[in-house]
Design a protein around this ligand. Structure first.
Ligand SMILES: [Zn+2]
Length: 299
């Protein structure tokens, strides 16, 4: 087995077979700093994105296919943030936030979701090769992103779920952590079992144990995730962990890929992309960077 550091930039799966429970636990350190590096966001937006990236890692780790992609998108109306996008593929994370700088300056110190997103929606999309593409959309409601994710699972997937997210900046470096636990009594397939599950005694028990996690445990880079899982569930008969996945910053905006995409456009559309400087410029919102090349590169 490869040596993956279970303290940081990692997500790990958990199952508690006797309780019909599955979970994911993640901690992010350098990967958050790497995603934030080019953006120059104010602290409040950095914290929001750090938590969103953690949620993205937790949800991405639910993908059954190693090359599947999970995209989390906040679509908003009338909020300080007007767009937030994060995605996950094979342990690669990226994300960005578009927001109103002036309105943010007037915001409260720890704004509620409603203040940040207005009448926002959270869209969560699972793209896999074999399984059907699946997208669920729920209102961005609750006090924070973790609550919004919980209601996503309750409303869109009808799976009782518990989500906790935390992020903290110390000495100029971010550490974020989170967990997601879900009750799946009849396995992972099928729908419309909510009423049978909610009165199932196993779930409240697991929710209390998982919910006892403290924000400072989630963000403690000295506490390996397997130790954290042990702390929460050591009284359970059997707790299994799944192989850990290392998390890195990854973007698909590399120049060769972008050229290959532009080459597929008709010649007149490629011509229309050429700027006053005679070059085609491509911006990547995820990396907050741009690169340009002559049109002859894509003929
Ligand atoms: Zn990029």
């Amino acid at each position: 087995m490869s040596e993956i550091d279970l303290r940081s930039d990692v997500v790990i799966g958990v199952t508690i077979p006797a309780r019909d429970t599955r979970g994911r636990v993640a901690r992010l350190g350098a990967v958050v700093d790497a995603v934030l590096a080019n953006h120059n966001y104010p602290p409040l937006i950095e914290k929001l994105l750090a938590e969103a990236l953690t949620l993205t890692a937790l949800l991405g780790a639910l993908l059954k296919e190693p090359q599947g992609q999970m995209t989390l998108q906040a679509q908003t109306q009338g909020g300080i943030v007007d767009l937030m996008v994060c995605d996950f593929r094979a342990g690669e994370l990226r994300g960005y936030v578009r927001y109103d700088r002036e309105r943010l300056a007037d915001a409260s110190m720890s704004p509620a979701l409603k203040e940040l997103f207005g009448d926002g929606y959270l869209a969560i999309t699972f793209d896999q090769q074999k399984a059907e593409r699946y997208q669920g959309i729920v209102p961005l409601e609750g006090k924070d992103l973790a609550e919004a994710a919980q209601s996503y699972f309750a409303q869109s997937e009808q799976i009782p779920s518990l989500v906790r997210l935390a992020a903290e900046k110390r000495d100029g470096q971010w550490t974020a952590g989170g967990l997601l636990f879900q009750h799946l009594p009849e396995g992972e397939e099928g729908r419309d079992r909510l009423h049978t599950r909610l009165d199932h005694p196993d779930w409240p028990h697991v929710a209390i144990l998982a919910g006892s996690v403290k924000p400072e445990e989630l963000t403690n880079p000295g506490l390996p995730l397997d130790d954290l899982i042990w702390r929460l569930f050591h009284e359970e008969e059997e707790v299994r962990t799944l192989p850990a996945v290392a998390l890195v910053k990854g973007c698909r905006c590399d120049p060769d890929y972008v050229r290959s995409v532009i080459r597929k456009f008709p010649a007149e559309e490629r011509q229309a992309m050429v700027g006053d400087d005679g070059l085609i410029q491509v911006d990547c919102a995820f990396c907050s960077s741009s690169f340009s090349f002559p049109p002859s590169d894509v003929e």
